[in-house]
Design a binder for this molecule. Structure first.
Ligand SMILES: C[S@@+](CC[C@H](N)C(=O)[O-])C[C@H]1O[C@@H](n2cnc3c(N)ncnc32)[C@H](O)[C@@H]1O
Length: 257
């Protein structure tokens, strides 16, 4: 495991703007595509990207398998470019809508989406049903380490507020731990999983400045002292400030062929 990552986001069952989506992508794309590149899938694989965001994974899939096709679904498609690849389709839809029936795919992938949604367990089961025989379901979400264990008192308070805002918005930052079991219970086999530590601080490797700045109004509303935000900003200039607030967990498994 190397040292970047990306979080779940407070108060947002998804959106939050392009800068936030790009911050997420820059933190975790290499981890995601490293796993995707190792999956055995047909050259003409049909791929479904759920909650595609700003599209980096959908674009990567389309480029990685030019003979396949990629369906990128999001409830807000403002940050997706359907002209990015000839084998890419962009679909605006709510994946929690019972009438959402996208078809059958060789790969179904969802990153930092399901932990925000109330019916997340059921969605894993539904998503398993969107697989063709032999297809792979991969789900990635953040697991927040206990805020109180940070070596930095300011991070303890910051991440406690972050957790509170997420919980109030219905985001479960511990749910990722249940992914391997949920995939197995959905009837899939060969369950695998991997983790990727998020990097807060450590100079240029920091992945949290943008996320915390965007979350700041919510964190302050949750009772965070403005002085803690200032202290966090000051910490970022300190080369000795390096922390791991979350671990991104990915789990994947295959439908019997
Ligand atoms: C935190 S972003 C993650 C984006 C992308 N998967 C990534 O990891 O870079 C969550 C995305 O899920 C989308 N989303 C949230 N709820 C959704 C729903 N019910 N149906 C479809 N998309 C949804 C949001 O619009 C947003 O683009």
């Amino acid at each position: 495991m190397s040292g970047d990552g990306a979080p779940g986001a407070p108060g947002v069952a998804g959106g939050g703007g392009r800068r936030r989506l790009e911050a997420i992508q820059s933190g975790v794309d290499a981890f995601t595509t490293g796993i995707l590149a190792g999956l055995e899938l047909p050259a003409e694989a049909a791929c479904l990207e759920l909650g595609a965001g700003a599209g980096s994974v959908a674009y990567w899939l389309a480029g990685h398998r030019p003979g396949g096709r990629v369906t990128a679904v999001d409830i807000d498609t403002a940050h997706l470019d359907p002209g990015r690849a000839p084998n890419l389709e962009v679909v605006r839809a709510d994946i929690t809508d019972p009438s959402f029936e996208p078809g059958r795919f060789d790969l179904v992938h969802a990153r930092f989406v399901l932990c925000h949604l109330a019916d997340r367990d059921a969605l894993v089961e539904r998503a398993a049903g969107w697989l063709r025989p032999g297809g792979v379901l991969m789900v990635t979400d953040p697991y927040q380490l206990p805020a109180g264990t940070s070596p930095f008192p300011v991070v303890r308070r910051l991440m406690a507020a972050y957790h509170a805002v997420c919980s109030r918005a219905g985001t479960d930052l511990a749910w990722a731990r249940s992914l391997p079991s949920l995939l197995a219970r959905a009837g899939l086999s060969g369950v695998e999983f991997a983790g990727h530590p998020a990097c807060m601080g450590n100079g240029e490797k920091d992945r949290w400045r943008t996320l915390i700045e965007q979350a700041a109004p919510g964190l302050l509303a949750a009772g965070l002292d403005p002085a803690d935000l200032d202290a966090f900003r000051a910490h970022l200039a300190d080369p000795g400030f390096i922390d791991i607030p979350q671990v991104t967990l990915a789990a994947w498994a295959r439908r019997a062929g």
